[in-house]
Design a protein around this ligand. Structure first.
Ligand SMILES: [Zn+2]
Length: 117
């Protein structure tokens, strides 16, 4: 593994750890809020529902990021890190530094976005 890939792996592992910690903390927070809310009357239910939906949305985003990170780590272990999943070209280091979990080059990413993938 070259120094750059190693650096990105460390970054990805750290990011994964932070994300997992954040997801756990959010769950704890919500559980405590739900517990506190169970003592209130039903007029509070609507706002709790909104809070729950917000948490779900946040979690979905984090879960997506987590999945991207896991994918990138898998690419590292397979020795394919930094190679575009779609066209097989090298992803520029600058792009990987900005988004270590990127598995597509900018061209393919733009193309996919146009297609709505
Ligand atoms: Zn590509």
């Amino acid at each position: 593994m070259d120094a750059f890939t190693q650096e990105m792996q460390e970054k990805l592992l750290k990011e994964r750890e932070e994300l997992l910690r954040k997801l756990n903390a959010e769950e704890d927070n919500f559980r405590q809020e739900a517990l506190a809310a169970s003592g209130r009357d039903s007029s509070d239910l609507a706002s709790d529902d909104a809070a729950y939906r917000k948490m779900e949305a946040l979690n979905a985003m984090d879960a997506k990021r987590l999945k991207a990170i896991e994918g990138a780590l898998k690419r590292i272990s397979e020795g394919k890190y930094g190679i575009c999943l779609q066209c097989g070209k090298k992803i520029p280091e600058g792009r990987l530094r900005a988004i270590p979990s990127a598995v597509l080059c900018i061209d393919c990413k733009t193309e996919n976005e146009k297609l709505g993938v």
